[in-house]
Design a protein around this ligand. Structure first.
Ligand code: MN
Length: 416
């Protein structure tokens, strides 16, 4: 069955988080390019009639011309097969944001920035209407200027927009779903919002989401949308995952029975295995969130540096499937109210003492002075997490006092 493919927000050559750099084995830096190659493969293999790109194909000004050459190579694979590409520029690749460009291949139909422009995919009498961004910061309602639908034909509106506001996305080219619904088109091929969303079926109003997730806040599968064309009408859009790397948060509420690094590692290993089973063969960049309770897990809470090393140790075993993006700790401090008798008094007065200490300039001044003697003799050491001494040397006294308080609390608990 004939169909077309709608994608957006490819952000070619956006560098993925620094945390993932230097792990060349997984080519993270190339993930947006690899996903775009997959998109073109899909267009070819599924024999799509045409491809619509609804903005932010580029992440901004090219570092060098290789970004543009890559795009040409890929759409060139469609050119030789007679497949047109309808291309719209959004805020990231607005005319003003792109000091250098190349003349596009002749199968690419680029929507004008000056006024709405329409193209016809003649074999199926499908009309596409769109306007590219001249400036990144486009605040006018572009859709209101789009032409009326061509009667008796399928009409597709191509638009980069945040609709009536879609935080955290900037409120560009604002418009409402009601406005789009009332415009008379059959399909709105939207871009800008990175989460895949279908906002209606008559007409279809669709954000394909970004083709490749770019950071830990963009979880789950990413891809494009395939839209069937049946007897001069459009069928139900179908999401097609085309990403090469997925972000995942492994949020572990550590059970009370887990008391040693060995049992914790075994829990984490199981969680990694089940996440991999659901990843559809994609490499995962995973953030581990360990939720611990200082009362329940006193020995595990004693050293975050040790836990960090253990997490790195587990993930190293899954090198070809998973990469550790970061480890986060949420330690529930022992509340004074939960302790009993002397322990409760001791914890309560400890809490009061520490709370007062950080607010007392005289105390902090004396502490800083006394520490100078020790710190001036220390040799700097490289550790993934600042040690107490490093924190002190960096004048992070408050953080150091907080950590010291946590340690004292968990020790109070163990002698209880
Ligand atoms: Mn955008």
């Amino acid at each position: 069955m004939p169909h077309f493919v709608h994608a957006a927000d490819i952000h070619l050559d956006r560098s993925l988080p620094a945390l993932l750099d230097g792990r060349a084995t997984h080519s993270f830096a190339l993930a947006p390019r690899l996903a775009f190659t997959r998109l073109i493969d899909y267009v070819i293999e599924s024999d799509a009639a045409f491809l619509v790109l609804a903005g932010d194909v580029y992440d901004g000004a090219w570092k060098d011309v290789s970004t543009g050459l890559f795009f040409h190579q890929q759409v060139g694979r469609l050119r030789s097969r007679g497949v047109p590409v309808y291309l719209l520029h959004g805020n990231h690749d607005a005319e003003s944001a792109m000091p250098k460009t190349l003349v596009p291949p002749d199968n690419v139909w680029l929507f004008s920035t000056r006024s709405p422009q329409s193209f016809e995919f003649e074999p199926l009498h499908i009309h596409l209407h769109g306007q590219s961004f001249a400036q990144a910061d486009t605040r006018e309602n572009l859709a209101s200027g789009y032409p009326r639908p061509v009667t008796g034909c399928v009409n597709i509106g191509v638009l980069h927009t945040a609709l009536a506001g879609s935080p955290p996305h900037s409120p560009y080219a604002p418009c409402t779903v009601e406005q789009l619904r009332g415009h008379g088109y059959d399909y709105w091929a939207l871009g800008h919002v990175h989460q895949h969303k279908v906002l209606g079926s008559a007409p279809h109003i669709v954000f394909p989401g970004n083709l490749q997730a770019l950071h830990i806040k963009e979880l789950g599968a990413r891809g494009a949308v395939s839209v069937p064309i049946e007897d001069g009408r459009l069928g139900m859009p179908e999401f097609v995952p085309l990403d090469v790397l997925r972000f995942h948060v492994l949020d572990l509420d550590v059970p009370a029975a887990v008391q040693t690094p060995a049992t914790l590692v075994s829990e984490v290993r199981k969680a990694i295995e089940s996440a991999c089973d659901e990843a559809d063969g994609r490499h995962l960049a995973m953030r581990v969130v360990l939720r611990l309770d200082a009362m329940v897990h006193p020995s595990l809470c004693r050293s975050k540096a040790m836990l960090r090393d253990e997490m790195a140790g587990v993930f190293a075993q899954f090198e070809d499937q998973v990469t550790l993006e970061d480890t986060e700790f949420h330690v529930q401090p022992p509340a004074a109210a939960v302790a009993s008798g002397d322990a409760r008094d001791a914890i309560a007065s400890l809490d009061a003492y520490f709370a007062q200490a950080v607010r007392d300039p005289a105390f902090m001044g004396t502490l800083r002075e006394n520490l100078q003697a020790v710190l001036s003799k220390r040799k700097p050491v490289e550790t993934p997490e600042p040690t107490l001494l490093e924190q002190l040397a960096n004048d992070e006294l408050e953080a150091a006092i907080g950590d010291a308080a946590d340690q004292l609390r968990s020790r109070l608990r163990t002698i209880d």
